[in-house]
Design a protein around this ligand. Structure first.
Ligand code: ISL
Ligand code: CA
Length: 557
């Protein structure tokens, strides 16, 4: 396969709620995004992924869509969207929509009709089951806690919701529902959007059996994630979507795929399978040392470098030549990477952020940059429960601390500070003025207190900034074919402090070396010829075998 444009592209993720407020209501909006297009262009990104902007009651910040054909009034109007799209296209930027079709809001017309009776045109749009012995049909528990089943009097049945009660799962077994989804996607394609990020797309095909699962120790419910991920008809549905929407358009598509394995991705993101361009896999996001696995994602422990290497390497080699990787460190669901895998102490923040950027941006795949990552914005460091808005965080706190009293309050707050989704959702830090220049009103989520020191204006004035470093990484990807096409080889797999790898094609080799610690390390790489060129580094000079704190460098030969 010849190289496709999206294999050389870099995506910038905009979380509209937190990017730029234009009217002082404290909520970021579409005119706000439009006003910052030049900033994204300056960075050099090719594509903007917009988190959901459709009409929504906002139970899960837009991942509960009540009208797929309309814009959330908090964000603006369809005319504002058209202006954003035109403004992006004028600058050579593409727009990727976030499509949520595993579930919809229960405020959606589809659900309201479906809930009315067992025999109307929408009855089978959702997953309804009769009670069993007067109870929910099985013991499955959702991503945001509690049973996945909710009883509705008018049908005397339960509907399934993998996430919040207000997010009802769509029934992909129903061909009419599938066609309705494709029609909706075609509406956006005809509008001129350039691609789709498909929310939890690998959960759409539910298993044939709805038998009970095995709960974690001490838990009433069995985690639905592994039960419904990568279901029996996933590939069939994706190929149908390809035929009915994607084929014949040169779009970029990425399917969010929790619990996907390399084999799953070879299928969903295969170069020849006619499904999606790539998937977001989660393995490297679940490696933080977890002292209490029965608490799910909640922990406050750092990741071990050897585990991270093993995981990234498995995906690099596993997909090479057969499928395509997406590369990401953070997004609206993950904490800030500099605080998680790097070191956000002022002495190391910028250096370690550049080191992490180096590691990711020389891998094979399409890189995603989450808004503020290019400024090395840090996690929120919230200290009180009332600082948080995210329903996943609030539900987990109430469950483990209040209901079950299994985790002391202070411990749970430490877990939230480490891994809560709100860590990356604090408003974008534009400058040192009121509310970081994000809004003249009260921001919907508190601005990180460090905005006077960490902001775009300050960063843009600095010649060796993190922003400037990302610019250079993007430029290198656009110009050096080995970054897109070369093969990957891990060096020193057991080294717990330094991550080093080779990228190689017929013409040249790159050696990437990253010191993950705040100490100097000495490493010698026999592969390195004496006349190799230093391509990029986060230090001003080269100290040879000595690797200074968080040093990252790439040689070309
Ligand atoms: O955030 C998570 C892990 O920390 C997951 O449980 C997350 O909910 C899962 O990755 C799916 O995420 C996507 O779908 C959710 C939505 O809340 C997330 O924001 C979205 O990215 C439900 O639509
Ligand atoms: Ca606003």
């Amino acid at each position: 396969m010849t190289t496709q444009w999206w294999q050389k592209a870099v995506v910038y993720q905009v979380y509209p709620r937190s990017f730029q407020d234009s009217n002082g209501d404290g909520i970021g909006d579409l005119p706000g995004v439009t006003s910052r297009l030049d900033y994204i262009k300056k960075l050099g990104a090719d594509v903007i992924w917009l988190n959901p902007i459709y009409r929504s009651p906002g139970v899960d910040n837009g991942y509960d869509i009540s009208d797929y054909y309309d814009i959330n009034p908090e964000f603006g109007t369809m005319a504002d969207f058209d202006k954003l799209l035109a403004g992006a296209h004028k600058r050579g930027l593409k727009i990727m929509m976030d499509i949520v079709v595993n579930h919809s809001s229960i405020e959606n017309k589809w659900f309201k009709e479906s809930a009315k009776s067992k025999d109307n045109p929408y009855s089978d749009y959702y997953i309804w089951r009769d009670p069993v012995d007067g109870h929910a049909p099985n013991n499955w528990g959702g991503f945001f806690g509690g049973s996945v089943w909710e009883y509705v009097e008018s049908r005397q049945q339960y509907y399934l919701h993998s996430f919040a009660v207000e997010q009802a799962d769509l029934n992909w077994e129903n061909p009419k529902l599938r066609q309705a989804v494709y029609d909706m996607m075609n509406f956006w394609v005809e509008k001129g959007v350039d691609g789709f990020r498909l929310d939890v797309i690998n959960l759409i095909s539910k298993p044939a059996s709805f038998a009970d699962g095995q709960p974690n120790p001490g838990e009433p419910y069995a985690d639905i994630g592994p039960i419904i991920a990568n279901g029996p008809r996933l590939s069939e549905f994706l190929q149908e979507m390809h035929a009915k929407v994607l084929a014949g358009h040169d779009l970029i598509t990425v399917g969010e795929s929790p619990a996907a394995t390399v084999a799953d991705a070879q299928q969903s993101a295969g170069l020849k399978t006619n499904e999606l361009n790539m998937v977001f896999e989660f393995e490297h996001m679940g490696l933080d040392g977890n002292p209490a696995p029965e608490l799910g994602k909640w922990n406050d422990q750092p990741v071990k470098l050897v585990d991270l290497k093993q995981s990234l390497t498995k995906w690099q080699t596993g997909l090479h030549g057969t499928a395509w990787n997406s590369l990401y460190w953070d997004n609206h669901d993950q904490p800030r990477i500099v605080s998680r895998f790097g070191n956000d102490h002022p002495a190391y923040r910028e250096r370690s952020a550049k080191m992490l950027a180096t590691l990711l941006h020389f891998l094979q795949g399409t890189p995603y940059i989450y808004e503020g990552e290019e400024l090395a914005m840090t996690s929120a460091h919230f200290t009180k429960l009332s600082d948080y808005q995210d329903l996943e965080s609030l539900n987990a706190y109430h469950h483990f601390v209040d209901e079950e009293q299994r985790v002391p309050a202070a411990t749970m707050l430490a877990y939230l500070a480490h891994i809560s989704r709100d860590n990356a959702r604090t408003p974008m830090q534009w400058d040192a003025s009121l509310n970081a220049g994000f809004s003249t009103g009260t921001p919907w989520l508190a601005v990180n207190k460090n905005y006077p020191e960490i902001n775009a204006k300050q960063t843009l004035a600095q010649s060796d900034s993190v922003f400037n470093y990302y610019q250079r990484l993007i430029e290198l990807r656009h110009t050096l074919p080995v970054i897109t096409d070369g093969d990957y080889q891990l060096l020193a797999a057991d080294d717990a402090e330094v991550y080093a790898y080779l990228r190689q094609d017929k013409a040249e080799t790159l050696l990437v070396i990253c010191n993950f610690t705040e100490k100097s390390q000495t490493r010698h790489f026999d592969q390195l010829p004496t006349d190799a060129k230093l391509l990029i580094s986060n230090y001003a000079d080269d100290a040879g075998d000595e690797l200074r704190p968080y040093e990252a460098k790439v040689y070309q030969f």
